[in-house]
Structure formats: C-alpha cells, structure tokens
Design a protein around this ligand. Sequence first.
Ligand code: NI
Length: 259
Amino acid sequence: MIIDSHAHLDYPQLASDLPAVLGRAGEAGVDQVISIGVKLTTAHQPRAIAETYDNVWFSVGVHPHEAGNEDNACNVDAFIAAADHPKCVAIGEAGLDYHYDYAPRDRQAESFRAQISAARQLSLPIIVHAREADDDIAAIIEDEMTKGAFGGVLHCFSSGAELARRALDVGFYVSFSGILTFKNAEIIREVAIAAAEDRILVETDAPFLAPVPMRGKSNEPAYTRHTLECLAALRGKSVEDMAAITRANTLRLFSGMTA
Ligand code: NI
C-alpha cells in the first residue's frame, strides 16, 4: 500500500467530494494521506478531516505565500499550540518561494525559522516548500541544525541537485510529486535516481500538479500511484518494492503516524 505524504484535502476541489476522493485512493492502493496545513487561521480544516478519517493525518504550518498575511506566521508558540493534537504529525509546509514572492523575503525566512523552532521543540519533522530559493533554503536548514537537530523533508522536489545533496547531508528526506513524470523534469529524475533509498517519499501535492497521464486534471491522492510507478521504473524496482520502501520511509519520518 502507498502513502500520499502531501495533499491538501481541505481545498475545495477535494473537500467537496472527500468520501469519493478517499474511496478512489483506496482502490488505487493509497491507504493513508497527510493533509497539509498552509495557514494557522485555517488549521482547523485539515485537523477536522484527520478527526473524521482514520487514515488521514495532518500538519500545521504557514506556507511562504501566506507569511505576510498570517498574524502568527512567526509565532513559535502559536504553531506549538496548533500542533497539540494526536494526529498532527508534522510542522509546515514552510519555506521560501522566490518565484511568486507573495510575502517579503525576510518575513518568509522569519516564519520558516519559527516553524523549524516549533518542529524541533515538538520533535516533529518540518515539511519544506522551496521554489527558486535553493541557496537560502539550504543555508537556513544548515544554520538551524547548529541550534539542535530536527527532521524534515523537501516536499514536491523541484529544486537543483545541490539543494538535494545539502538537505540529504543533514538527514532530510526528499519527496517526489507528479513533477517527476513531466517531460522536462530530467534534473529531478536524476535526483530521484541518485538519492539514498531510505530517504525518498512520494506525494501528490493534490489538487495541484497531476502526474502524467492525468496531467491537466485536478490531482488527487489516488494518482500517487503514477508517481510511484515512475520512481520504481527510474530506480529499477518493482512497484510493490518501491511502495514498501517509500512507505517505510514515510512512517519513519512522520513517526506520529504509527503512535
Ligand atoms: Ni503543498
């Protein structure tokens, strides 16, 4: 069975039809989903879904796009309070997005560091969104590691090989989305082949980024299978073996899922 390590089940495209979405996931062999938070002001939405469905878990975070809009984006205690729930398994998604620059870069960085601090204090992993900010992402992760270790994942990996290397070097995981299947994603496939077997995850980032052959449709957890099949082919593994490997990695990183 496959785990979708990153989906936004509270977004309307999925939330409006959630029983069917999760039903199709189950039919595709995707039996667990982590529903990812992007704002503290809406943290109750993924939490409510996790409370409703035994096989859904959630995270608490402020996406870099929202760092300027959320009053508590840099408030460590606010993240710690929001994460106080048995089904909260991670902090984030947090990070830096210099492609859109929706929030000032210093505010994005301050919020990212606040969420790392919360993750470290709670012994939860941090889910990292990185877009066109490789050097600054790596520098912050490395600097924060000197203050005390924490676990984490580069989600929806779409960065360069150097960021992957620096993150893997400090113990991070790398998660591959449908982008892995895109025609122009040769660099990402190279990272997916080179990364250590015990550090790779799969995800959808649904409702965004549907993999080939579903590209253009609204993405959903069932489509994790297409990315997993691509990853298995790249690494010369059976789909069953790749499912078991990524599953074990996901449960090791998000250890709250087995609590
Ligand atoms: Ni996301």
